[in-house]
Design a binder for this molecule. Structure first.
Ligand code: GLT
Ligand code: MN
Ligand code: MN
Length: 389
């Protein structure tokens, strides 16, 4: 079967993604899909061919479950994993749904909220590790403000740093084989969220006690909400050795957080992203953090999940086609031509090099007049994506 998902593709979904019941802030009379248990969602993911399933603590165990209820849910979930062969590569904590987090978790002004949040994460880490998670995500959905009269933005960063440092030490103390991935978002549900982009997160990570344990989990929609080029941020994270996880979906800029099916809005951006991940041989999960339209029943949810994986695989094939296309590659070779005459000016600084460079004449006008063939290159890419090539 063409574009069939296989375990080696590492396609994963969150319980909260295929488990989304088609609600939104205006759906006050209720969702359009009935509830499914975590185990039922694992069977659904097994049916569509996913490799793994990720969860928040409370996707699996409701926040007010009794210990006996928790045990029985875990038992059913474990059986579903064994029956389907699905794995749990990533886990995370819900620090945003409960009203206690209305003004943040790690960044709340209330020390009892901050302490509760840290306790909740410690338990959630144990739960994730129990099911084999090797990556632990932090998305600070409520870590922000509507009014900046309320909080110190510097204290917010300091408190977040202290919390992440604490979790790193906890994982080391427990000898967990775990790394952490920080996920940025500019706004929603808060008016503004701290550390709003992947770039902010990368800068923040460098200030931690154990920066080697912490990377990023960039999400397509979140960077598109910020109006920036997602692939560029992913490339920067990759180059810094910090691309620990990735959340794939889609999003129209300037709108609410849509979490659309991967590649359903900006095919060109999705293509460059898949091409990047495949070219650099990114080995982590391809996690789809998206959900089906409110219009769908669970058959539609399967269509949605299959569609995410299918589009990824089609774009992967297109990336290979791009790399093998003689005309595209000859333009790229021409653009990147280098006769070596400038090599003596690059690399490590020396006083001689600087002096030689200052003495070197450049025909600025002639250089600027050279056409770069990017129109042709882009149209060839469009032809390829539209199947006209
Ligand atoms: C929530 C959010 C996502 C995060 C999840 C992890 S939860 O659905 O919209 O972007 O990745 O906490
Ligand atoms: Mn996400
Ligand atoms: Mn999102």
């Amino acid at each position: 079967m063409a574009y069939e998902p296989k375990p080696e593709h590492k396609f994963t979904f969150g319980l909260w993604t295929v488990g989304s019941r088609g609600t939104d802030p205006f759906a006050t009379n209720g969702p359009t899909r009935g509830p499914k248990t975590p185990a039922e969602l694992v069977y659904l993911l097994g049916e569509v061919g996913a490799y793994g399933v990720n969860f928040h603590d409370n996707d699996l165990i409701p926040i007010d479950a009794t210990p006996a209820e928790a045990e029985s849910i875990k038992k059913d979930f474990r059986k579903a994993l064994a029956d389907t062969g699905l794995v749990v590569p990533m886990a995370t904590t819900n620090l945003f749904s409960d009203p206690i987090f209305k003004d943040g978790a790690f960044t709340s002004n209330d020390p009892t909220v901050r302490a509760y949040a840290i306790k909740k994460v410690l338990n959630a880490i144990d739960l994730g590790v129990e099911f084999g998670a090797k990556t632990y995500v932090f998305w600070g959905g409520r870590e922000g403000t509507e009014t900046d009269s309320s909080k110190s933005a510097v204290d917010a960063i300091k408190r977040t740093r202290e919390a992440i440092n604490f979790f790193c030490e906890y994982a080391l103390d427990k000898k967990y084989d775990l790394k952490f991935a920080l996920e940025a978002k500019p706004n929603e549900p808060r008016g503004d969220i701290y550390n709003p982009t992947t770039g902010h997160m990368l800068a923040f990570i460098a200030t931690l006690d154990h920066p080697e344990m912490v990377g990023v989990n960039p999400e397509v929609a979140h960077e598109h909400m910020a109006g920036i080029n997602f692939m560029h941020g992913v490339a920067q994270a990759w180059e810094a050795g910090k691309l620990f996880h990735i959340d794939l979906n889609d999003q129209y800029p300037g709108r609410y957080d849509q979490d659309l099916r991967f590649g359903s809005r900006d095919i060109k951006a999705a293509f460059y992203l898949v091409k990047f991940l495949e070219d650099v041989k990114y080995a982590g999960s391809r996690h789809f953090d998206a959900h089906a339209y409110r219009t769908e029943d669970y058959e539609g949810v399967k269509d949605f999940a299959r569609g995410c994986m299918r589009t990824y695989l089609i774009l992967k094939e297109k990336a290979a086609q791009f790399n093998a296309d003689k005309e595209i590659q000859s333009i790229l070779a021409e653009i990147n031509a280098d006769d070596g005459s400038m090599s003596k000016f690059f690399g490590k600084y020396s006083a001689e090099k600087a002096a030689a460079l200052k003495a070197q004449p450049f025909d600025r006008t002639a250089i600027a007049q050279r056409g770069l063939k990017y129109e042709r290159l882009d149209q060839l890419t469009i032809d390829l994506l539209l199947g006209a090539r």
